[in-house]
Ligand binder design. Structure first.
Ligand code: UD1
Ligand code: MG
Length: 473
C-alpha cells in the first residue's frame, strides 16, 4: 500500500512559543519616539507609503525569519492593530532600556535553540538581502553574538564599536557613556544583532543599569559574552544608509527620500521611464510595467499597479488603482478603482472609488466619475458628473451631462444601454434607465425610462416672439 503523504500548510501564526525555528526576530518597538512629537507610535509613521515597522517585517521575512516577535509599549494597541497576525507581540510596560525590552520576549523564546536576530522598528531602510547576508555571516563564523556595524559620517548619538588592538570587538559604548577618545570612533552599532538564543538570555540576566542613562543596555551583552570567552563578531554594512534609524521628523523625511530614490531606480532598471525622479513619488509596493513613461509631479501610491506602455502624468495621483496597459492619464486623481487597457484620462479628471472603466473608455476634461461601471469604448469628453451609474459600451455622453443620483436622503442608480447618445447638458434623474440605442435631446431632464431606439426630448418648447426689440423701444 502506498503511504499517504500529507502536505501541511506552513503555519506562521503564534502557537504559544513552543515551536523551534532556525531564525526568530525580536523587533524593538516599545519606545515613544519622543523626538517625533506625535500621538502615533514612532514605528507606525509611514515612509514609502508604509509604516516603518512593516518595512522591517518585510526585510525580516525576506531574510528567512520564521517568527517575528514585536516588543510593544507606547501605543501598543495601535501597533498590534496595524500589524495584525503577521507577528507575535509582547508588552514592555516600562521602557527600561533595549536589554530589558529583549528580556520581555524570553517567555516566547524558551524553546528556541537557534538564532535570535534583534532589530529595531525604526530602521525602515534595511533590505532583506542585507539582513540575509548578515545572518549567514553570523552562522558561518559560529559566533555567539554578531553585531551589524556601520561607518557613519556623523556618529553622534550612536553606540560606538570599541575594538581590541587585534581588531576584534571588545565592547560597545553608548554615546552618553563614551570618553572623548571613544566619541571619535566612526564605526557605530546599528542596533541589529544575531545571538544564539541560550547565550543571549544568560548574558542578559547579568546586564545592569549602571550607566549614564540608568537603562539596561542590550549592547552590554556583547562585552559579557566576550568576558566569558565566547566568540563575538561584527559585520560592517556595505551601505551605512541602510542602517539609519529614524528618531525625528527630519530623519523621517531623509528616510523617505532614500526609499523613493531606491524605488525609482529599481523601476528604471526594470524598463520604466521616469522623466524627473525628483518629482516622482512611488510607494514601495507599487508595480509599474515595462515601457511605461511617468511624467513629472506624479504620485503612485499604496496598492497601485500600472501596466505596460502607459503614459502617466504630468500631475497624476493614483491611490490603490489597478491599471491595464496603454493607459494615458494626465492631471488626474484616481483612487480605489480599476482602469482597463487603452483608457484615456484627463485632464482635470477625478475617478472615485468603486469605478470600473472598461477598455478604451475616454474620460475627458473636468469629469468626475464615482461608483460606476463604464462600458468599452464609451466617451465622456467634457464637464460631466457620473455617479452610481451602469453605462454600456459605445455610449456618447454629451458635454455637461450629469446623473442626478441623490434626492437629499438616498442615492439611486442610473442605467444607460449600449450605443446610447446623450445630448449635451442633460440631467438623468435616478433611478432611471436609458435603453440601448436610445437618444436624448440636448438640454433634457430625463425622469422616465427611455425605451430602446427611441428619442426623448424633455425640455420646454422654444417660443419666438416677433418684433420684440422694436416693441421695447
Ligand atoms: C540604540 C543602541 C545604540 C545604537 C542605536 C542604533 C542601546 C542601549 N543603544 O541606541 O548602541 O547605536 O540604537 O540606532 O541599545 N526600545 C524599546 N524599549 C526600551 C528602549 C528602547 O523597545 O526600553 C526600542 C525603541 O523603541 C527603538 C529601539 O529600541 O525602536 C532603540 O531604542 P533607542 O532609544 O532609539 O536607542 P538609541 O539611543 O538609538
Ligand atoms: Mg534610535
Amino acid at each position: 500500500m502506498l503511504p499517504i503523504v500529507m502536505i501541511l500548510p506552513m503555519r506562521r501564526e503564534y502557537n504559544g512559543g513552543d515551536r523551534m525555528s532556525d531564525l526568530v526576530t525580536v523587533i524593538l518597538a516599545a519606545g515613544k519616539g519622543t523626538r517625533m512629537k506625535s500621538k502615533l507610535p514612532k514605528v507606525l509613521h509611514k515612509v514609502g507609503g508604509k509604516p516603518m515597522l512593516e518595512h522591517v517585517l518585510d526585510a525580516a521575512d525576506e531574510a528567512g525569519a520564521e517568527r517575528n516577535i514585536v516588543v510593544t509599549g507606547f501605543g501598543g494597541d495601535m501597533v498590534r492593530k496595524t500589524i495584525g497576525s503577521r507577528a507575535e507581540f509582547v508588552e514592555q510596560t516600562e521602557q527600561l532600556g533595549t536589554g530589558h525590552a529583549v528580556q520581555q520576549a524570553k517567555p516566547l523564546l524558551n524553546e528556541e535553540t537557534g538564532t535570535v536576530m534583534v532589530l529595531c522598528g525604526d530602521t525602515p531602510l534595511l533590505t532583506g538581502a542585507s539582513l540575509k547576508k548578515f545572518v549567514e555571516a553570523h552562522k558561518e563564523t559560529g559566533a555567539s553574538a554578531t553585531v551589524l556595524t556601520a561607518i557613519m559620517p556623523d556618529a553622534t548619538g550612536y553606540g560606538r564599536i570599541v575594538r581590541t588592538p587585534a581588531g576584534t570587538v571588545e565592547r560597545i559604548v553608548e554615546h552618553k557613556d563614551a570618553t572623548d577618545e571613544e566619541r571619535k570612533i566612526h564605526e557605530v552599532n546599528s542596533g541589529i544583532y544575531c545571538f544564539e538564543a541560550a547565550d543571549l538570555f544568560q548574558a542578559l540576566s547579568q546586564v545592569t543599569n549602571d550607566n549614564a542613562q540608568g537603562e539596561y543596555y542590550l549592547p552590554d551583552v556583547l562585552g559579557i559574552l566576550r568576558d566569558e570567552g565566547r566568540k563575538i563578531w561584527a559585520v560592517a554594512a556595505d551601505d551605512y544608509e541602510e542602517t539609519l534609524g529614524v528618531n525625528s521628523r527630519v530623519q523621517l523625511a531623509q528616510a523617505e527620500k532614500i526609499l523613493r530614490t531606491r524605488k525609482n531606480r529599481e523601476l528604471m532598471e526594470s524598463g520604466v521611464t521616469i522623466m524627473d525622479p525628483d518629482t516622482t513619488y512611488i510607494d514601495s509596493d507599487v508595480e509599474v510595467g515595462m515601457d511605461t513613461v511617468i511624467y513629472p509631479n506624479t504620485w503612485l501610491e499604496h496598492g497601485t499597479k500600472i501596466g505596460e506602455c502607459c503614459e502617466i502624468g504630468p500631475s497624476a495621483r493614483f491611490q490603490n488603482v489597478k491599471c491595464g496597459n496603454n493607459v494615458t492619464g494626465q492631471f488626474v486623481y484616481a483612487h480605489d478603482c480599476e482602469i482597463e487597457d487603452g483608457v484615456i484620462l484627463g485632464q482635470f479628471t477625478h475617478i472615485r472609488p468603486n469605478t470600473h472603466l472598461s477598455k478604451k473608455v475616454k474620460i475627458g476634461n473636468f469629469i468626475e466619475v464615482k461608483n460606476s461601471n463604464i462600458g468599452e469604448g464609451t466617451k465622456l469628453p467634457h464637464l460631466s458628473y457620473i455617479g452610481d451609474c451602469d453605462m454600456g459600451s459605445g455610449v456618447n455622453m454629451g458635454c455637461g451631462t450629469i446623473t442626478v443620483n441623490y434626492d437629499g436622503k438616498k442615492k439611486y442608480r442610473t442605467k444607460v444601454g449600449d450605443d446610447a447618445f446623450i445630448g449635451c447638458n442633460s440631467n438623468l434623474v435616478a433611478p432611471v434607465e436609458i435603453c440601448d440605442n436610445a437618444y436624448i435631446g440636448a438640454g433634457s431632464t430625463i425622469t422616465q425610462k427611455v425605451p430602446e431606439g427611441e428619442l426623448a426630448i424633455a425640455r420646454a418648447r422654444q417660443k419666438n416672439i416677433p418684433h420684440w426689440h422694436d416693441k421695447r423701444k
